[in-house]
Design a protein around this ligand. Structure first.
Ligand code: ATP
Ligand code: MG
Length: 714
């Protein structure tokens, strides 16, 4: 049981066993920070005898939570189930579920995921006559989120309005917040903000939680934002000991408010704190570690670290250039196959990219090459059709108060499953039901129960569907929650449908869902159907297919904290990695964040690191792509020799991928311009090389490339 402690080096051991003060561990990638956290929990439980539920560990992602749980089950056995391991969002759900009434919310509050946010915003576009193209929903959601996290409410935001665009954004922000309050719902940001607020203003709640926790651990502490840090501080009572671990060189969420100052100033907030440094890397071979160190050394604002490794292995970094976006994934797929043939399981490999949109081409090639893969954060487990269908059936089994505006959220579920399996209720009939429902101000289910508009066979089929739901509802108490899922799937004919189609993959996914419900109930016996349905909306990145051997395709952000035998860092081109935005407008700070991201990517590799890029034409960059500027920062000695030549060849772009400084600075906001087709207009915004220009009212507002020859200053 203590083997994990015995394996630690001196500093790691000290970090794991210093329990009489707060502890801060600052250390580079792969130096065992996460491992030390786990060893510390084992030490607290096994050696010191701390009650497991009095220990909290906060992880950054759900994937990290699951991994830590699994490892601890292995190390601690049964006790591991009681250790509180969760993301900070899930922790806030827990806190709010107990006491949300103190904030005037029901304890069964709704949690809104990004789909829900979109469906709240959508109707406002019509209502306010706003063009979706000029104000993409995602952008609006981002705007709302950044304002909320900066504690700027719609009233205050209005004070900052300078342009018409901003005014519209603030209008949407206001309507969104109002609607959300009416629904008694929290979005993900609210979970943190309201969690923080509750702990802050309600002493009873705060002390209750402080008295429950003796030891708090926070992994990836370099990426906490002030709100999260506030929560952590409020949970730390006079007798609680805090242990935070992080690597300032891996801060990659400053764009979302994370602040590296928090870890650097930690000893000012907690003077009774011991700081420990870990220097030995246990993950990567020398070429990989040294190359990563060389890249991150180019950052000016950082604390220098000396990280070394004693791991055997000297495979140099492979760098390869392909002709275009089509060829690069082909090359990678070939290599993946090759390494697999050499004995590396697919699950020990990952393809990492800077931006989600680049995954598609790699997916296609993997599929063609017959390589099992999972797009992490792509089609997620809970977004799969059969899972959504099953959850919709379960949702219909909740019985909302008919006075409650939430009752209409059932309509989504009705439309989803009314013909799964087929019940011959066609689109026209559905439309009729929807029309009648909105006329009578009741939900679709209640409409179908005593419809005034439907007739004949359709009316009968709809009534049968209602009776089915009534039957499911009436059996809800007869089963344990996970068994109730079986009842629902059998009684509704859904399982039968899949069996007929011999769709084993879907059936397996549904079994996995049952597993999930059972596990949730085991961890929290108070789980009800309602809270389960609400809480899973948090777990949008849990998409593992249990135990199958597949390669992971994921963004670098999502790969944080993970490690793989072989890593393919792809699309390593200027304008992609670093991103165009960071090159164009972010100044040095943005570029340094991209470099940290690059450091995170490279240090995921244990034995082999492949870096690929291509010289194809890019519409986004309006020219042929150039290799990433970070490539030059890797010293030749760590790169496989045949690649050095390609890298050092003169790179002649067809068009510079980055406009020269001053080139578009001749334009300013407010300038009058002449476009060859649109005529005269006024620049209302410049973002990088994108100018938002208001033309004559017949043309409207357009976003144009400011460098395009069709545009001239008047
Ligand atoms: P990151 O900064 O990427 O999150 P980390 O500092 O959390 O990295 P870990 O993931 O804990 O590092 O450790 C990296 C790898 O090294 C893991 O496989 C871990 O099991 C292994 N490791 C760490 N310390 C030791 C040790 N003392 N002996 C053997 N293996 C170790
Ligand atoms: Mg870690």
């Amino acid at each position: 049981m203590t083997e994990v402690l015995d394996s630690l080096n001196e500093n790691q051991y000290k970090a794991a066993t210093t329990i009489d003060s707060h502890v801060r561990i600052i250390a580079g990638a792969g130096s065992g920070k996460t491992r030390v956290l786990m060893a510390r929990i084992v030490y607290l439980v096994n050696t010191i005898g701390v009650y497991p539920s009095r220990i909290l560990a906060i992880t950054f992602t759900n994937k990290a939570t699951n991994e830590m749980k699994e490892r601890l089950i292995h190390l601690l056995g049964e006790d591991a189930y009681s250790v509180r391991i969760s993301t900070i969002h899930a922790l806030c759900v827990r806190i709010l579920r107990e006491d949300a009434d103190k904030l005037g919310y029901p304890k069964s509050f709704t949690i809104l995921d990004s789909d829900d946010q979109r469906s709240i915003l959508n109707p406002f576009y019509r209502e306010l006559d706003i063009d979706k193209k000029s104000f993409p929903v995602n952008k609006v959601i981002g705007f709302i989120s950044s304002h909320k996290m900066a504690h700027v409410d719609p009233d205050e935001a209005e004070n900052y309005v300078q342009t018409e665009d901003q005014e519209i954004m603030v209008k949407l922000y206001r309507k969104y917040e109002k609607k959300k309050k009416e629904m008694k719902a929290f979005d993900f940001d609210d979970l943190l903000l309201e969690g923080n607020h509750l702990l802050n203003f309600d002493r009873e709640v705060r002390e209750k939680w402080q008295n429950r926790l003796d030891y708090i651990h926070v992994d990836e502490f370099q990426d906490v934002d002030p709100t999260q840090y506030g929560i952590i501080r409020l949970l730390t009572g006079p007798d609680t000991k805090l242990c935070v671990v992080g690597d300032p060189d891996q801060t990659i969420y400053t764009w979302r408010g994370a602040s590296v100052d928090i870890i650097l100033r930690f000893d000012k907030d907690f003077p009774d704190c011991k700081t420990l440094i870990l220097n030995q890397n246990y993950r990567s071979t020398q070429p990989i570690l040294n190359a990563s160190n060389a890249v991150i050394a180019h950052n000016q604002s950082r604390i220098k670290k000396d990280l070394f490794t004693q791991l055997p292995g000297n495979e140099k970094i492979h760098v390869h250039c392909e002709s275009d976006d089509d060829q690069e994934p082909l090359y990678v797929a070939r290599l993946v196959k090759q390494r697999h043939d050499q004995g590396v399981p697919y699950a020990n490999m990952a393809v990492l990219y800077r931006s989600n949109y680049t995954s598609r081409a790699f997916e296609k090639r993997m599929r063609q090459a017959g390589i099992p893969y999972v797009v992490y954060g792509g089609i997620r487990f809970y977004e799969r059709q059969e899972i959504k269908d099953a959850l919709s059936y379960l949702k219909l089994c909740t019985r909302p108060d008919l006075e409650d505006p939430q009752q209409f959220s059932l309509d989504l579920a009705v439309t989803r499953v009314i013909n799964q399996p087929r019940r011959k209720i066609g689109a026209v009939s559905l439309q009729k039901i929807q029309d009648e429902a909105s006329r009578r101000h009741i939900n679709m289910l209640e409409t179908m129960r005593h419809s005034e508009d439907l007739t004949g066979a359709t009316k009968k089929r709809c009534e049968d569907f209602v009776h089915l739901i009534d039957d499911l509802r009436s059996h809800r108490e007869d089963y344990a929650l996970e068994d109730f899922l079986d009842y629902v799937l059998d009684r509704s004919g859904y399982m039968n449908m899949l069996e007929q189609e011999e769709d084993t993959a879907r059936i397996d996914n549904l079994k996995e869902l049952k597993q999930d419900i059972a596990q949730t109930v085991q961890e929290n016996p108070d789980t009800t159907l309602e809270t389960y349905l609400q809480d899973i909306s948090l777990f949008t990145d849990r998409n593992e297919v249990a135990n199958s051997d597949h390669i992971l395709l994921m963004t670098v952000h999502a790969a944080k904290g993970l490690e793989f035998d072989t890593v393919f860092l792809v699309n390593f081109n200027d304008g992609i990695f670093p991103s165009l935005r960071s090159m164009d407008e972010g100044g040095n700070a943005a570029l340094e964040e991209e470099r940290r991201l690059c450091y995170v990517a490279m240090t995921r590799a244990k034995k082999a690191l492949y870096i690929t890029y291509n010289r194809g034409y890019s519409y986004m960059l309006e020219g042929n792509k150039l290799p990433s500027r970070f490539l030059k920062e890797i010293p030749d000695t760590f790169i496989e020799s045949d690649a050095i030549q390609t890298r050092n060849q003169p790179q002649k772009p067809i068009l510079s991928s980055r406009p020269k400084a001053g080139h578009h600075s001749k334009y300013r906001k407010g300038d009058l311009v002449e476009h060859t087709v649109y005529g005269q207009g006024v620049i209302i915004k410049i973002e990088g090389r994108v100018a938002t220009i208001a033309f004559d009212h017949k043309i409207g507002v357009k976003k144009l490339n400011i460098l395009h020859p069709s545009l001239k200053k008047v």
